[in-house]
Design a protein. Structure first.
Length: 543
């Protein structure tokens, strides 16, 4: 089977915070799992370098949008490397290759009738002497009354047009914008209403928030949406008479999944078609719930308009992560920035927390107390402790060589079952449950070690003691595979201790008599005084 995984494209207008990474990390877990299983995997993403937030940030700093995009794109690459994201390609939307693919898709959509031209009213700021991008217009949502941007209300999740907002204001100068007519192309979403209803009805494996939101939009009736805008920064509309107009970012950015696939194929000499056209493809899309309609309605409509391309199968749309009980706020600096936490804590600690406490089906909270206690209690206290106590015992009593022995049959059966259960849960996007299932087993293994009392058996029955430790080594070896999708850095250490090859999904036994190499503790304890330090620091830097 060919597995396509499309990870969310973060806006390159500021540093990543943990809330954003929490919605992205499932993509890496799923990609790593399928690779271990032996499937062909293409995992792509990139930096969204054309969004209005980038232009806004550039205006604030008095520099070009490209300079902003360059700064944060490079920072993102460094963060993803440190946290272990295993992209096959991480690119950017301002790359020339992306522009070419998007323009080609745009022309295909015109030819198929999915795009049509009409003159429309747009918000125009007389003070700024410019048409305003949707996110440059702020006001009150006509549906719930909350403060909203011109493209979407974050409170009630309604997709908006700037002209629908009440009490409209220009974000740049706070003046009330006027309206002017301009020619633009529209995506005929209403044309695909029936096809999309059928697509959603037969889809399986979507998160509940994606199902609920998508059905709401369909019940309300899909409205055609502008696919071009009067903007200074973005992909040029490839048509005479449309000079100075750009392809709207919500059309252009989602098209990055296809352009990144084609770019990967060009660079690697592989075929992109096997992930988009051929039979036996499964496509996962990983993002936050604020991006649901773009992946469940708009992108499928574009794919249907082009024709003969694989539609999304699994929608892994996370809920929100809060921070110490409050919503992340970049404007107030109420955030845990990814560069900061990765410079001070181990990447597996961050990965473990964001998966074990991930916002899969409801909003969840990051607190420094829970983060440090989960590291000390689970990663160190359960997983690290079992690995360390077993291997140190072998170093002390078996001259550092894995003893000969007989595998405990019940534990072998448990491990074989773990591969089946854990794999099934990962494929369904139920990562918290998969990780907890493995850690429940780890806790039972610590109990096994305590009950078998090898420190007594080594004196009374050395052969039986050898079987106990042989069993523990097989547990550890298989944990290095079962946990590889979740905490790959510690799993790599284990494979080095036991001189193991790269993992393959399924039970195996490590050889006896292998000499352990460079055994060290997997995790260091974090002093709990860090909790108070981090909370004070967070409060002090809030604006």
């Amino acid at each position: 089977m060919s597995i396509f995984i499309g990870g969310a494209w973060p806006y390159a207008n500021g540093s990543l915070h943990l809330g954003r990474v929490a919605s992205m990390i499932p993509g890496d877990v799923i990609a790593r799992y399928f690779r271990i299983k032996g499937e062909e995997v293409l995992y792509v993403s990139g930096s969204d370098c054309h969004g209005t937030p980038i232009s806004i940030q550039a205006n604030k700093e008095g520099i070009s949008p490209k300079m902003i995009a360059d700064r944060y794109h490079n920072e993102f690459i460094d963060c993803f490397r440190k946290i272990g994201f295993s992209y096959d390609l991480y690119t950017r939307t301002d790359a020339p290759f992306h522009h070419e693919v998007v323009q080609e898709l745009f022309n295909q959509l015109i030819d198929s009738g999915a795009l049509y031209k009409k003159a429309v009213e747009q918000t125009y700021c007389n003070a700024c002497e410019r048409f305003l991008p949707d996110r440059y217009v702020e006001g009150n949502c006509p549906h719930c009354g909350s403060v909203a941007r011109g493209d979407q209300c974050d409170t009630c999740s309604t997709l908006l047009d700037p002209l629908e907002l009440h009490q409209r204001k220009c974000k740049l100068c706070n003046e009330t914008p006027s309206c002017r007519f301009s020619d633009h192309y529209f995506l005929a979403l209403s044309k695909f209403q029936n096809e999309l209803e059928f697509f959603v009805e037969k889809s399986t494996g979507w998160r509940e928030n994606a199902i609920r939101l998508t059905k709401r939009y369909l019940e309300e009736g899909l409205q055609d949406r502008a696919a071009t805008r009067d903007l200074d920064w973005g992909v040029d509309v490839p048509l005479a008479g449309f000079e100075g107009k750009k392809i709207y970012v919500w059309v252009e950015a989602v098209s990055g999944y296809l352009s990144a696939s084609k770019q990967w194929a060009k660079q690697s000499g592989e075929s992109w078609e096997k992930f988009w056209i051929k039979e036996g493809v499964k496509a996962y899309y990983i993002h936050g719930k604020d991006n649901v309609p773009f992946h469940t309605l708009i992108w499928p409509a574009i794919l249907l308009g082009i024709g003969n391309l694989h539609l999304p199968d699994q929608i892994v749309s996370g809920e929100f992560l809060t921070l110490e009980g409050r919503k992340f706020s970049t404007s107030r600096n109420w955030a845990v920035w990814v560069p900061y936490i990765l410079d001070r804590y181990e990447p597996d600690s961050v990965r473990y927390f964001l998966i074990a406490n991930g916002p899969e089906n409801r909003d969840t909270d990051f607190s420094w107390r829970e983060f440090i206690y989960s590291h000390n209690g689970e990663l160190l206290g359960a997983y690290g402790n079992f690995v360390n106590r077993s291997l140190v015992f072998i170093e002390k009593f078996f001259d550092g060589r894995v003893p000969n022995g007989v595998m405990e049959i019940q534990i072998k059966l448990q491990i074989e079952e773990l591969y089946t259960i854990c794999g099934s849960l990962i494929e369904k996007g139920r990562l918290k449950e998969a990780l907890e299932t493995v850690f429940a087993f780890i806790r039972s293994c610590n109990k096994y070690f305590d009950e078998q009392k090898p420190w007594i058996q080594i004196k009374e029955d050395a052969e039986f003691c050898g079987s106990i430790l042989y069993t523990c080594v097989q547990i550890i070896a298989n944990l290095s595979t079962l946990l590889e999708p979740f905490v790959p850095f510690s799993c790599k250490k284990i494979r080095s201790f036991l001189s193991l090859d790269e993992p393959a999904w399924g039970y195996f036994e490590s050889q006896a008599s292998i000499e352990l190499t460079q055994v060290e503790v997997l995790f260091q304890r974090i002093d709990v005084s860090q909790i108070e330090y981090e909370i004070k620091r967070l409060t002090a830097i809030e604006k």
